[in-house]
Each structure stands twice: as structure tokens, then as C-alpha cells.
Design a binder for this molecule. Structure first.
Ligand SMILES: NC(=O)c1ccc[n+]([C@@H]2O[C@H](COP(=O)([O-])OP(=O)(O)OC[C@H]3O[C@@H](n4cnc5c(N)ncnc54)[C@H](OP(=O)(O)O)[C@@H]3O)[C@@H](O)[C@H]2O)c1
Length: 367
């Protein structure tokens, strides 16, 4: 990564000790100069963002929790998001694309109604870069987000891409206007979608291409036939589906290997439990969209209370629950806020006891 940053990390009584930052998640060093200085709880504004180049003790703890950072002062090594051997924090998409299970959904970075450019384009870049810094190496997007602008933002912010970053895009859902979605699964349309996404994302091959919707007007076999052709031509590495039943996945797998399914799913919406069960059995990645409830959120006073009692937010609880729910679960929470991003990414380090999960499940099943 090219971006050099000067962080002033507040850290106890060892001011100005230099440390180097190494990200083993993205397989390369993040060139950073970190100067350790005294911590201060007051240097951040209410929105939690950095002010005056310093970091509060509270935010430092939050940031290190989010990244799994371990500071080894003196021996000059900082490890971000180190995967513990034998843990289930990673999943290999298609068996050969290892990702940290908590990813990032980029849809919320576009303009109002998932339409056009965001009002603050630089903020969108910052969110994307920070997501990667915090260990999200699965980023979900679609040609329809914007349309086009979401893929363009990703390339603007992250190209040349760090090693190991998986960009998952989609095609087959069109955008005639803000908040309007119309499926189009015609093979000739999908073929040109793939080519255009490759161009916008500046990629030679798309790691994961998902059929955004099965078009009821077009046999699924025809739509997937077009994606299979693109795969054979080397334009797509793996293929996924979205909003599908187990029967549809089974049918699709007769045409082409399916490595992921992206359906709406969260702690308060379990409509697609049967598809999740199928994915678990078949070791197919399950990418829940609206993992924190989308714009509706997870409006449950009972869950809010359970989260508060454990000193976490309901968003963190929702994400930790998903990660706990299944080892094939790959949540892709979306946000345009750096503070929310930090909060969400910290969820992967939340450890609750079996007893606590039992209580949470009981509360959630009543929502
Ligand atoms: N396959 C499909 O058909 C489909 C459909 C929809 C979405 N998706 C994908 O799934 C991803 C996630 O879905 P989604 O964006 O609909 O739902 P989501 O991630 O559950 O929710 C995003 C919403 O929650 C808010 N939020 C996120 N974290 C928060 C926090 N810690 N505190 C308070 N508010 C928070 C965001 O607002 P702020 O910006 O203010 O944080 C945003 O409005 C999308 O980015 C997209 O990649 C796929």
C-alpha cells in the first residue's frame, strides 16, 4: 500500500517510540510511522473521528480491538487482525480465495437512494481504505449501485489493489431510477455487464461475480450460461447467486459451480434459514445482506438491552451473532461512516459464552 500515514498513538509512558506496522491480513507492510505519545480522552470530537493528529485512549482501544492489533513496542512489530491458527475467522471462497469472514458492503457509499455520487466523495474513499486497514478483504459491490459509481469509487480508493483483496461484484439487476431495481438476466446483457465491471474496477479478472437476481423472464440456465462463458474466457474466477432458495442453488449448480449465495439475513430476519442450511452442508459461502438490518436497523428493545448489558452495541451484537451462527457466514455490513465502520469491524473480536448466546437466541427468537 502506498499511503504513508503519520499516526500518533497514545500509549502509556513511552512517548515517541517508533513502531512499524505489518498487516499479515493483506500480506504486506502498511508503511506507517507511529509515534507513541500520551493518551488523551478529550482529543476526539463527538463523532469519534480523529482530531489534531491524536487518538484518545478509548478510541485507541476500540481501533486495536477492531483490527486485532497487537503492539510489540521496541521489537518494532504491530500485527493487524492476525488469524489464530485453527480459528474460524477466515473462509476460503471456492476453496481458493481466503477471506476474513467479516467483510464490507460498499453500496451505502453512493448517493441518496443508492443513486449517483456521494456528497462527500473523499469520505467514501476514506471508508473503503479504512475497511481494508481494519481487515475487511472481501468487499461487495454491484454495477447497479450508483449505478456504476460504486465500482468506480472502489477503484479510485483502492487501485492498485492490495494482495488478497477480493472484490465481489454483481450484475443482472438494473437501475432505471433511485430506489428502483429491475432484473435483467438476458445473456447478451450479462455479457456486457461483466466487461463493463472489469473496466470500471480496473481488473483483468473478477474474483467473484454474482447474479444479482434470477430474472423471472429468463431461464436461469441461460443467464448462468453467459456467466459460464465469461468464466471460461478468464473474465470471472468464481460465480455466486443472490436471493435464492436451496432448490435454485441446486439447479444452478447443474450449470456452473456456485461458491457463494447472498441473501437478506440478520438476527431479526431469518427467512432464508433453509438456504443457509444448504450452504453450510455444501460449504458454500453465505453473504447475508442487510446484516445489521439495512436502513430499518434491528429495532428490538430487548436486543438493545442484551447488547448494553454486555457493553457492546446492538450492531456489534448483530454481527457477532452472524459470525457465531455459521462458519460459512460472510457478513458484509455497509456504512458511509468511519465511526460506524470501526464499531462494526470490532464485532469480530467479541467473544460470548455458550450461556450468553443461549440468552441472546431466546431474546432474538421473540423479536
Ligand atoms: N444482494 C442484494 O440484493 C443486496 C441488497 C442490498 C444490499 N446488498 C449488499 O449488502 C451490503 C449491506 O446491506 P445494507 O447496506 O442494505 O444493510 P446493512 O449493512 O445491514 O445496513 C446499512 C445501514 O445501517 C447503518 N449502519 C451500519 N452500521 C451502523 C452502526 N454501527 N451504527 C448505526 N448505523 C449503522 C448504515 O448507515 P450509516 O451509513 O449512517 O452508517 C446504513 O444505513 C450492501 O452494502 C450491499 O453490498 C446486497
Amino acid at each position: 500500500m502506498e499511503r504513508a500515514r503519520l499516526w500518533r498513538v497514545a500509549f502509556g509512558r513511552r512517548p515517541n517510540a517508533p513502531v512499524e506496522v505489518t498487516s499479515i491480513l493483506i500480506g504486506e507492510k502498511i508503511p506507517c510511522e507511529i509515534t507513541l505519545c500520551h493518551m488523551n480522552d478529550e482529543v476526539f470530537g463527538t463523532n469519534g473521528e480523529q482530531a489534531g493528529g491524536r487518538m484518545s485512549r478509548r478510541l485507541f482501544l476500540r481501533a486495536t480491538l477492531a483490527s486485532g492489533a497487537t503492539l510489540l513496542v521496541g521489537r518494532a512489530a504491530t500485527v493487524f487482525g492476525a488469524a489464530v491458527p485453527g480459528d474460524n475467522s477466515t473462509f476460503a471462497i471456492g476453496g481458493d480465495l481466503p477471506v476474513n469472514r467479516l467483510g464490507f458492503g460498499a453500496m451505502r457509499l453512493t448517493g441518496e437512494g443508492i443513486w449517483g455520487w456521494p456528497p462527500d466523495r473523499e469520505n467514501a474513499h476514506k471508508v473503503l481504505r479504512r475497511a481494508v486497514e481494519l481487515g475487511a478483504n472481501l468487499i461487495d459491490t454491484a454495477d447497479a449501485y450508483g449505478p456504476e459509481t460504486d465500482e468506480l469509487l472502489i477503484a479510485e480508493a483502492l487501485y492498485p489493489y492490495p494482495k488478497g483483496l477480493v472484490i465481489a461484484t454483481k450484475g443482472g439487476n438494473t437501475r432505471p431510477g433511485p430506489d428502483k431495481w429491475v432484473p435483467d438476466g438476458r445473456p447478451e446483457y450479462l455479457k456486457q455487464c461483466v466487461d463493463k465491471s472489469l473496466e470500471r474496477l480496473k481488473l483483468e479478472r473478477i474474483d467473484l461475480y454474482q447474479l444479482h437476481r434470477v430474472d423471472p423472464k429468463v431461464p436461469m440456465e441461460d443467464s448462468l450460461g453467459a456467466l459460464k462463458e465469461a468464466q471460461t474466457a478468464g473474465k470471472i474466477r468464481h460465480i455466486g447467486l443472490s436471493e435464492v432458495s436451496p432448490e435454485q442453488v441446486q439447479r444452478a449448480r447443474k450449470i456452473v459451480p456456485i461458491v457463494t449465495v447472498q441473501n437478506r439475513y440478520n438476527i431479526t430476519d431469518r427467512k432464508w434459514d433453509s438456504t443457509l442450511a444448504y450452504c453450510e452442508k455444501e460449504k458454500i459461502g453465505f453473504m447475508p445482506w442487510a446484516p445489521v438490518g439495512g436502513t430499518r436497523g434491528m429495532s428490538s428493545a430487548a436486543l438493545e438491552k442484551v447488547a448494553k448489558d454486555r457493553g457492546i452495541t446492538v450492531y456489534q451484537l448483530g454481527l457477532a451473532w452472524l459470525l457465531h451462527r455459521s462458519s460459512v457466514m460472510l457478513p458484509i455490513p455497509g456504512t458511509s461512516s468511519l465511526a460506524h465502520l470501526d464499531e462494526n469491524m470490532a464485532a469480530r473480536k467479541i467473544q460470548l459464552t455458550a450461556e450468553e448466546w443461549k440468552t441472546i437466541d431466546a431474546v432474538a427468537s421473540q423479536t
